[in-house]
Design a protein around this ligand. Structure first.
Ligand code: PRP
Ligand code: ZN
Length: 288
């Protein structure tokens, strides 16, 4: 059954992660047909096959080797904590696993949960957290619509995923403790064959190039030569900036790459150092 020349990737069929997972694959230059309802699809230009599954099932499939790798939320991977490798964080679908209670309650601390009942789809992570805090609570495992539990008298609090917070809000709950910060990750089977590992390496290389591109901006600016040293010092760059002489021989054009996070600060410093005509261009991919 196992064809080692193809890597099987399980992704969420629908839900929080599916769209971003598919975009990442597309930005990595991998082409495949993705008709709705299709549960399996082979890429046309890369040795990879996609399995579209429920996110909660993905860790099992990967542990068993039905899929070689999978994209899931860290929250799901940790809850299932099967024998799987955590291969790479992907930086999207960020959310947190939190404790929430009815908003009218005056929350004074974790003791609120002592001997209380908590509804959750994450009993294992929750139990681990409570143990660490020396709290004994009654955990009600339910698989969905956890947020209605308090209003129907099933529990005095919930432990669930919060992203925008709108589900909590519309159910009259407020977040009181964060248990875990989570994002999408790649998980992998622990016994991948060499052939599959090398396909995975190629995939990871592409993903990293896309991620670095997203983080970086290409910047072009003009500066008087007398300020060049000062300006070069301000530019972090990959190695050192490219400097091109301008027709006016007292001026040069400088090209470099800067990080999204430090962007505005760097721009301001550059202007103060006499830079003019600053152009900032998005980077599609960055190969280092
Ligand atoms: C989570 C959680 C909430 C919702 C919170 O479900 O159960 O219903 O997302 O998001 P919000 O803060 O933006 O309102 P999830 O997407 O993980 O679905 P699943 O549990 O069915 O996989
Ligand atoms: Zn789910």
């Amino acid at each position: 059954m196992t064809d080692n020349s193809i890597l099987r990737l399980a992704i969420q069929r629908k839900g929080r992660l599916s769209e971003d997972s598919l975009s990442l694959i597309k930005e990595s230059g991998i082409k495949f047909s993705n008709r709705t309802g299709k549960l399996k699809s082979k890429a046309r230009n890369f040795p990879i096959e996609f399995l579209f599954l429920r996110d909660d099932d993905i860790p099992d499939y990967v542990a068993d080797g039905v899929a070689d790798i999978g994209i899931v939320g860290e929250n799901v991977a940790l809850e299932k904590s099967k024998k799987i490798d955590f291969v790479k964080k992907l930086g999207f679908s960020k959310c947190r696993l939190s404790l929430a209670i009815p908003k009218e309650i005056d929350y004074k601390g974790l003791s609120y949960f002592q001997h209380a009942s908590i509804a959750t789809s994450y009993p294992k992570i929750l139990q681990g957290f409570l143990d660490k805090k020396n709290i004994t609570a009654d955990i009600h495992e339910i698989s969905g619509s956890v947020e209605i539990a308090p209003s129907i008298g099933l529990a005095s609090g919930v432990c669930d995923i919060v992203s925008s917070g709108s589900t909590l809000l519309s159910n009259g709950l407020k977040e009181v403790e964060t248990i875990l910060n989570s994002e999408a990750i790649i998980i992998g089977n622990q016994h991948l064959k060499e052939e599959k590992k090398s396909i995975l390496d190629k995939l990871l290389f592409r993903i990293e190039s896309v991620q670095k591109g997203k983080n970086g901006k290409y910047i072009l600016l003009n500066a008087p030569n007398e300020n060049l040293d000062k300006i070069i010092e301000l530019l972090p760059g990959m190695r050192s900036p490219t400097i091109v002489p301008l027709a006016d021989k007292n001026w040069s054009s400088i090209h470099s790459v800067i990080n999204e996070d430090e962007f505005w600060e760097v721009i301001e410093n550059l202007r103060n150092a006499g830079a003019e005509g600053i152009l900032v261009v998005p980077i599609e991919k960055m190969i280092l």
